[in-house]
Design a binder for this molecule. Structure first.
Ligand code: PLP
Length: 283
């Protein structure tokens, strides 16, 4: 696997960073994960826009312009064996000494990327849905930043793994927020409900795409706060992310969701999503 570090491509095993890197010491950095189909990154412009917003939110300059990013990312993609990939990129505030929480006076960011094989959800998961558990959202108040400091998300995701399910759905103050590494939408009485973007959730590129597709296909849609009770009584629950596309959640905390099978709106959206993807990626 070929990686990229500060303007240089090399085998991943040959890339090294300083132990003083603020990404390592403080989790001081941001990241993106971009799905790639047939060597075409999906929604690259949107991912780069969110990257720029994350950098601005932590007071870091963007090391590259959008066009430069696009060139580096395509070069990375073209050097991999797999045609379907997940490109991971992260930018940290770089190495600094002495260790001090405050921003160093002089910084040289660390820019790192690698790509791995993208394994879309199995046809079994698409056909039958997945299970989830729920938890109180123990994260901070700036979840709109795609920060590499993910300890809370790690602990929350492990709850799902320990329970043998796919995802942990997070509630805060009685409202649906998102998943540990996904966004969550629900269907009630034929209407798709999506929680409004805020500083408490990461606005997914897939979440935005699903909302765009719902509008395009005249699927009834409301973007509004969703109570925990509404989720527990929902006809359908969907999970979206760059690696999972759109999946139906058919069980929450051991309780059956709706009919217990992926619902009709899910099936429609899954179809819209595949058509969009195939057209965008010229498959
Ligand atoms: N929310 C969180 C906390 C995430 O980590 C992710 C990404 O995996 C998402 C939502 C979904 O975002 P995207 O659709 O851009 O992958």
């Amino acid at each position: 696997l070929t990686g990229f570090l500060n303007g240089r491509f090399a085998p991943l095993a040959d890339l090294q960073i300083s132990v003083l890197d603020r990404g390592f010491l403080f989790g001081d950095g941001i990241y993106e994960a971009i799905p790639v189909y047939n060597r075409h990154p999906l929604r690259l412009t949107e991912h780069l826009r969110r990257l720029a917003a994350s950098l601005a939110a932590i007071n870091m300059p963007n090391p590259y312009g959008a066009e430069e990013w696009a060139v580096w990312i395509q070069q990375l993609i073209d050097q991999q064996r797999f045609v379907d990939q997940s490109v991971y990129l992260q930018i940290t505030r770089g190495p600094a000494f002495p260790r001090n929480h405050a921003f160093p006076a002089v910084t040289e960011p660390t820019v790192f990327m690698f790509a791995d094989e993208l394994l879309p959800p199995t046809s079994e998961a698409v056909a039958n849905g997945v299970a989830a558990v729920s938890s109180d959202d123990i994260r901070w108040q700036r979840c709109n930043i795609k920060a590499i400091s993910l300890l809370a998300n790690v602990l929350l995701k492990q709850q799902a793994v320990d329970a043998g399910v796919a995802e942990t759905i997070l509630f805060r103050d009685g409202l649906l927020i998102e998943g540990a590494s996904s966004n969550i939408l629900v269907v009630k009485e034929g209407v798709l409900l999506a929680p409004p973007p805020s500083h408490l959730m990461l606005t997914g590129i897939t979440y935005d795409l699903v909302i765009e597709l719902a509008r395009q296909h005249n699927m009834p849609l409301e973007i509004r706060p969703i109570s925990e009770a509404t989720v527990r009584l929902a006809d359908e629950i969907w999970l979206t992310s760059s690696s999972k596309e759109v999946l139906a959640v058919v069980s929450l905390d051991g309780q059956t969701v709706g009919s217990g099978q992926p619902g009709p709106l899910y099936q429609a959206m899954y179809g819209y999503f595949q058509v969009f993807k195939n057209e965008a990626m010229r498959l």
